[in-house]
Design a protein around this ligand. Sequence first.
Ligand code: FE2
Ligand code: FE2
Length: 354
Amino acid sequence: MSGEVATAMFAGGSGPSASARPARLLDPGMCLTLRPMAYPRFFEMYRAAIKNTWTVEEVDFGTDLADLAKMTPAERHLVQRLVAFFATGDSIVANNLVLNLYRHVNAPEARMYLSRQLYEEALHVQFYLTLLDTYVPDHAERQRAFAAVENIPSIKQKADFCQRWIDSICGLERLDTAAQRRQFLLNLICFAACIEGLFFFGAFAYVYFLRSKGLLHGLAGGTNWVFRDESAHMAFAFEVVATIRAEEPELFDDGLERDVRAMLAEAIECEAQFAADLLAGGVAGLSIGDVRSYLAYCADQRLATLGMAKQYGAANPFGFLALQDVQEVTNFFERRVSAYQVGVEGEVTLDAAF
Ligand SMILES: [Fe+2]
Ligand SMILES: [Fe+2]
């Protein structure tokens, strides 16, 4: 492409300033300027995410089916509901990313991270699809899992909560006013703190509870990687929030904080109702009260990250999550070996050609 053609292309329609570096992250436009880079932190996060690449094919579900067969009906109900939630959860997050986040976060290095996140969300969708196909052999039952967002009240309530927040800014083409920017911030905070940071973290806790009882190691193994991805997605979103706060501190007024607290309280209620449904049959070692404490603990962590005072003062009641941290480290090193071996195979093939 000649320089003139490129200039004409990028200048066409939206004016010559379309690719220019804006003064602030939320200023409308499609900035294309990577040098000088305004937000190197986002680029670093993108590069760190690339290093954490995994594939669904590496997850070994080998012993899970035998575990399912020996579980109590109440435990199987828990797993069935979890799988039904996972069936659509990451697709919802991916939709918000494309429809709302990518549109308004106006820095190419941040959009690179979001592109990577979108890939990871697709990977999570593939992981849970594989899980569903493995755990639920019956086709009609699989179909019901995907229909859970409509038919199972405790899952529908969570999906409706997400959809309401997607819709809340879908009609916003540009963020010109402070009110519009606050609306965007609420959407961003909702998906990081309430959906990835509470709905997903809540779901992961059940998986690690089951693993602490020696069950479903395939699911737990894949969950380790999804957990790490989701932690990174939250960290990126909170970094975007911190950047906006540094650039436009006036957006972070009492009204915004009140809205964030109300949103978190509603998310806890949704998730607590999901817990009541999951644990309806009574699962030994896991109480609705403990789940609620864990959710309150997570909510406090999110508030603290946002620079807001904690609200619930709850401690983490789940000792088995400490084990998760240890296993995560082991898992990480196992993965490095596996990734390295993939690289070695490539080199061997290259050498063979000489
Ligand atoms: Fe995800
Ligand atoms: Fe995510």
